[in-house]
Structure formats: structure tokens, C-alpha cells
Write a protein that binds this ligand. Structure first.
Ligand code: ACO
Length: 330
């Protein structure tokens, strides 16, 4: 039986920086090529934030669009739950900076550190906050400047990431016909060192040594991450479908985290979804981590691929490792 939703999406908004960086730009500084990047990742271009453009600013621009669509002002927000792997500062949270930028004076605000599935983790938390009576309008956000933590000299990571933000207003579902039919979150901290930022945190605070070793930049074992991503995202698809009480053939659109076209194709194959039912925009934005799901949702809506009543399967994977999924009737 299809599960009754607790919450629904009331508004969605996204923001990307103006600056487009094509693969050709990397050919000037790294031993790489447009052909290699397109074949191995599917990425053709990505957006990079302007100097001084913070994660909170990107989040604000996305949030204002989501609030407008939801028909509420910032003072109506009860909580801001912001997923990011690239907070503007380690203290305070970027969610608190966003709260100040929005003037959301009645909200509680906090960050979630769950890497790429941050938006789906935030959705899960919002569902719990609403179910426990903590509020009625929860602003969830995925916002990143991955380019601020990637090593421009490391060709295996420098080419992958883009900067962006996505936001949604989550509120109690009005009836059984629309809303979030299931959520699923999981992690495996034993695999942390396959995708991490060794230096610059409390264990190895920023120092001349950290900078000289370039350990404040992201390190990744690409092939291992790839394999784990496919396994975990496939499992997450199954879990969300089972919890929602639906089967893959009832899904209108798979909206996967946009990390790599080959991960997306393998996940779709496992889920039994033909590629025409899969949203793909990794070519335009690269891997925007926690912003990637809302960015893909927004584009699918504007292209008419998501309509009222469409059943969506959302799924993501990232550093931690963390993974998550959700089924939504739009
Ligand atoms: N240009 C040219 N050659 C490159 C580049 C590049 N940009 N990057 C790596 N190579 C080289 C490697 O040095 C290696 O050379 P070698 O054989 O001489 O040692 C060769 O290409 C193959 O390297 P692999 O890492 O095995 O290449 P692979 O086919 O696995 O592709 C990639 C690398 C694209 C990073 C892939 O492993 C991947 O996408 N992994 C998933 C990583 C990911 O998406 N991480 C994001 C965070 S997690 C997430 O969001 C899901």
C-alpha cells in the first residue's frame, strides 16, 4: 500500500554563479582533455562562484525563490536545515548566516554535514521536525562551493565539481495525494578516508604544514568511490521504493545525484529505470554535491518533465560515506 505523506514540497528554488568554466579551461593548466573529462564523467562545464560570493549568498538566492513559490515570507520559517560540505566558516553554521541574510528571525538554524546527500538528509530531518510538532514551514537547503576545497593541481578532482545552491520549503502534507512518500538515510564511517579533507579541521588545524602538504584540499580514491556509490545508490533506491510501498515501474522520473554519468547509468540500470526516465544535467553543472538534487529537480520542472502528481525517486551518495533516497509524489 502506498504510504501516506507527512510532508510536501511547498516551493523550490535554485541559484548558480554566473561564471561558466568549460573543460577547455582545464586543458591550459592540467594534463587533461575535454574528451577524457566527457568520456569518464559526462561533465562539459560547471559554475564557479565569484570572489566574495559566499555559500550563504548562494543559499539566500535559492531560498528567496523557494519562499516566493511557497507564498511565505522569511518570518514564517520555523527552521532552516542546511546541508553543506563547504561551510563558509567552521563557526557559526552557514544556516545561521543564511538566517541573518534572509531575516528569518523566528527560525532555528543549523547545518547538516552529510556531503552530497545533504539535501535528502535535510528533507528527512524536516519530516521529523514537522512530525514532532516543531514547526510547519521548514526551509531545507543544499549549498556548496566545492571549488573552494578542490586542489587546482589535482586533475582527478579539480575537474569534477561545481558551485550551486538549491532550497525548498517543506510543510505538512495537505492530503494523501501529494508529498514525500518515503525517506531513507544511511552511512558508513569506516570508509571515510576514501573521500575526505584531511587537514584544516580540529584534528589537524590549519598551519603552514597543512598548506604545504595541500591536505586542506579534498582527497579522493575515485575508483573505490565509484564502486561504493553504485552499490549504495542502488540499495537506497530499493529502500525508498519499499518504504513508499511502490514499485520502480510506477516511478515517472529518477532524479539521482549528479556526480558522474556512468554512476547515474549504473544506478538507473539497477533500479530498472530506462534512461528516458532519468534526469541528467551533470554535463552543465558538474558535481554540485548537496545542491545537485534540487538543481536537477528545478531543471526537470522547467523542462516539463515533472508535473503535479509525478512520482519521483531521488537518490544520492557522498563522503562519509553517506547515502540517502526519497520517493516524492510532486
Ligand atoms: N584527465 C586525464 N586523466 C586523468 C584525469 C583527468 N582529469 N584524472 C585521472 N586521470 C588518469 C589517472 O591518473 C589514471 O592514470 P594512470 O592509469 O596512468 O594511473 C587514469 O586516468 C585512470 O584513473 P582512474 O581514477 O582509474 O579513472 P576512472 O575511470 O576511475 O575515472 C573518476 C576517474 C572520473 C574520478 C572516477 O573514478 C569517478 O567518477 N569516481 C567517482 C568519484 C566521484 O564522483 N566523486 C565525487 C564525490 S562522491 C559522489 O558525489 C558520488
Amino acid at each position: 500500500m502506498i504510504r501516506r505523506p507527512i510532508v510536501e514540497f511547498a516551493g523550490l528554488g535554485v541559484a548558480v554563479p554566473d561564471r561558466v568554466v568549460t573543460n577547455a579551461e582545464f586543458e591550459k593548466t592540467l594534463e587533461t582533455s575535454d574528451q577524457w573529462i566527457v568520456e569518464r564523467t559526462g561533465i562539459r562545464e560547471r559554475r564557479v562562484a565569484a570572489p566574495g560570493q559566499s555559500v550563504a549568498m548562494l543559499a539566500r538566492d535559492a531560498s528567496l525563490r523557494a519562499l516566493e513559490q511557497a507564498g511565505i515570507g522569511p518570518e514564517a520559517i520555523d527552521a532552516i536545515v542546511l546541508g553543506t560540505a563547504t561551510p563558509d566558516r567552521l563557526l557559526p553554521s552557514t544556516a545561521c548566516d543564511l538566517q541573518a541574510l534572509l531575516g528569518a528571525k523566528n527560525a532555528a538554524a543549523f547545518d547538516i554535514s552529510a556531503a552530497c546527500p545533504g539535501f535528502l538528509y535535510a528533507l528527512t530531518v524536516a519530516e521529523g521536525l514537522i512530525a514532532s510538532g516543531q514547526g510547519t514551514n521548514i526551509l531545507i537547503v543544499g549549498a556548496e562551493k566545492l571549488n573552494s576545497i578542490t586542489d587546482p593541481l589535482d586533475r582527478s578532482t579539480a575537474i569534477l565539481f561545481g558551485d550551486a545552491a538549491g532550497a525548498a520549503v517543506i510543510r505538512p502534507a495537505k492530503d494523501a495525494t501529494r508529498g514525500v512518500l518515503s525517506t531513507f538515510i544511511k552511512s558508513d564511517g569506516n570508509l571515510a578516508n576514501l573521500l575526505y579533507r584531511p587537514g584544516g579541521g580540529a584534528v589537524d588545524p590549519i598551519s603552514e604544514k597543512v598548506v604545504a602538504e595541500r591536505s586542506h584540499f579534498i582527497k579522493m580514491a575515485g575508483r573505490e568511490v565509484f564502486k561504493s556509490a553504485v552499490l549504495a545508490m542502488s540499495d537506497a533506491c530499493d529502500q525508498a521504493l519499499t518504504r513508499a510501498g511502490i514499485t520502480a515501474d510506477q516511478v515517472d522520473l529518477l532524479v539521482p545525484h549528479q556526480a558522474n554519468i556512468r554512476i547515474i547509468e549504473a544506478t538507473a540500470k539497477h533500479a530498472g529505470m530506462p534512461l528516458e526516465k532519468v534526469m541528467i544535467n551533470v554535463d552543465r553543472y558538474g558535481n554540485t554535491s548537496s545542491a545537485s538534487i534540487p538543481l536537477a529537480l528545478d531543471q526537470a520542472i522547467s523542462e516539463g518533465r515533472i508535473k503535479r502528481g509525478s512520482i519521483l525517486l531521488l537518490v544520492a551518495f557522498g563522503g562519509g560515506f553517506t547515502w540517502a533516497s526519497a520517493v516524492v509524489r510532486w
